[in-house]
Design a protein around this ligand. Sequence first.
Ligand code: ATP
Ligand code: MG
Length: 233
Amino acid sequence: MTIKQQLITNNSILKTQGIDKFFYQPTEFQVLKKISFDVKKGEFLSMVGKSGSGKSTLLYILSTMDTEYKGELFIDGQLMTGLTKDQLAEIRNQKIGFVFQFHYLLPEFSCLQNVMIPALKLGKLSEKEIEEKAYNKLEILGLKDQALKPASKLSGGQQQRVAIARSLINDPLIIMGDEPTGNLDSKNTNIVFDIFQELTKDFGQTIIAVTHDDDFARKSDRIIEMKDGEIIR
Ligand SMILES: Nc1ncnc2c1ncn2[C@@H]1O[C@H](COP(=O)(O)OP(=O)(O)OP(=O)(O)O)[C@@H](O)[C@H]1O
Ligand SMILES: [Mg+2]
């Protein structure tokens, strides 16, 4: 069996094999050591570990944004390692959505416009179709009536939900979050958790979320714990 066939049989959506990563400034330092794991389609995965253990560095590699590493990364059965920046950007736009601790919405733009941006960038649908889709995503996030307000006029929790709607606009296979609830109170954290769970259970999307919130991690399908650049659990 080819590796691609194996990954499809295992229902694997993302897989890493022996990923090592070094930083060279100020001195040589191995930040990731032999990272090998497999994420299944529809899985809700949390990544935990002390500050400095390498979570964000790993997520950046998984997102295909960082290509300076040793080892291999597969997404949706396809080897990402060695592809060109342009090829990766295209795959990323289609297959991966991102949610960060700080949402990076454009404050003067409406929520609707913010949600539309990644689809306009991808350029596969007409503006009209994208607008319709953006409304639909905002509706899933309970924000349809806020669509035309400038993003800056929403509460923190609402803004984070707009950012999630934006991450969903291209119907990504995988949604990656770096502390997606890091900035939220417990009520809004629970709302975001429930949305993520719904996306995995009802839409078969896959979540990989770095979190410092033990409660959030415990409720997810699986936890990967990192320590000093290694997966210890
Ligand atoms: N560009 C860089 N150059 C050199 N060292 C870096 C760089 N980025 C991160 N590091 C170091 O790599 C290690 C892992 O950093 P990383 O940001 O991945 O940790 P983290 O687990 O996400 O931590 P946190 O929970 O605080 O966000 C840290 O020791 C950090 O100082
Ligand atoms: Mg981090």
